[in-house]
Design a protein around this ligand. Sequence first.
Ligand SMILES: *[C@@H]1O[C@H](CO)[C@@H](O)[C@H](O)[C@H]1NC(C)=O
Ligand SMILES: *[C@@H]1O[C@H](CO)[C@@H](O)[C@H](O)[C@H]1NC(C)=O
Ligand SMILES: *[C@@H]1O[C@H](CO)[C@@H](O)[C@H](O)[C@H]1NC(C)=O
Length: 351
Amino acid sequence: MAATTMRATAAGGALLLALLLLSTNVARAEDPYVFMEWHVTYGTKTLLGGVPQKVILINGEFPGPRINCSSNNNIVINVFNELDQPLLFTWNGIQHRKNSWQDGVPGTNCPVVPGTNFTYHWQPKDQIGTFFYFPSIGMQRAVGGHGLISVDSRLLIPVPFDPPADDLQVLIGDWYTKDHAVMAKLLDTGKSPGRPAGVLINGKGGPEAANPPMFTFEAGKTYRLRICNVGIKASLNFRMQGHDMRLVEMDGSHTLQDSYDSLDVHVGHCLSVLVDADQKPADYLMVASTRFIVNPSSVSAVIRYVGSNTPPAANVPEPPAGWAWSINQWRSFRWNLSASAARPNPQGSYH
Ligand SMILES: *[C@@H]1O[C@H](CO)[C@@H](O)[C@H](O)[C@H]1NC(C)=O
Ligand SMILES: *[C@@H]1O[C@H](CO)[C@@H](O)[C@H](O)[C@H]1NC(C)=O
Ligand SMILES: *[C@@H]1O[C@H](CO)[C@@H](O)[C@H](O)[C@H]1NC(C)=O
């Protein structure tokens, strides 16, 4: 009798233990993983002024692959450095929350030696929003290796706007046609790399950026544009024919949704806008132009409404003038303090 009871108790204990283990496992369930494998190589592209030049590709892509993830995801990227130089990625904006020593800054992180690979592992904590990555040493960022990081809110977190019809990448930046090693040498000897040769949008410049159309809108729908200035030097003004932009997110936080007809985007800066496709079906120009430098340059891409057979109007909206405009616009940006979003809290908790 006693032995049977003992056995029963032991079995019960084992069951309880199993249940306990199971529940702690559930409670500690890891956040989802996003795995990527990147092969970083040189390539040749003719981007501006018909000059073929050396660029940095990731898996053959320029700009590099977009990272789509949700807050708290584990991002694991196995990077193969197939360049002839050390390579160090920085996950711009992500490192500011201090949740990873793998911030890609020389000093805390060693570069990946040519011909070898290294696996980055980081988590965007409660940083919803728009960021980008780039190679942080040797002026490599001047010739590519960059791409968008798009962090969505986890499903249970409310977002202060309806899901858009599409979520579009708009990487804009000034562009030099010089070799990055030449630019690095100029800077190392105290010289300026000079003025940019032009502006790119999603890795395209000149007439190539406008033809074929880069974006498609369906009348009556609303689109999210994730805009980053991935350039080296020039602030850019971004605007569209016939469409206002509702600012909804900036550098990882939701903002009050004010409307703008153009936005200055500074180097390293990212933001999201919502755009209503509320115009008559036609083609419309999207323009990014340099600010605050002599000999301004710009790039235009085309948004084509479904069913459009009307080319873009010839008049491109005028850029704003002067510094004061930019500073005043900057001062108009406000966090939406009642929306769930990242706050400057390195522990990664929601408020
Ligand atoms: C290099 O890549 C191999 C093959 O994918 C992988 O098993 C290894 O862990 C990687 N090494 C580093 C240091 O990330
Ligand atoms: C990322 O998300 C956007 C918007 O939903 C989608 O268009 C794009 O194909 C996705 N890219 C990747 C690499 O998953
Ligand atoms: C701010 O966020 C709250 C909560 O999501 C939302 O209800 C409200 O409409 C937002 N306000 C603005 C001005 O965007």
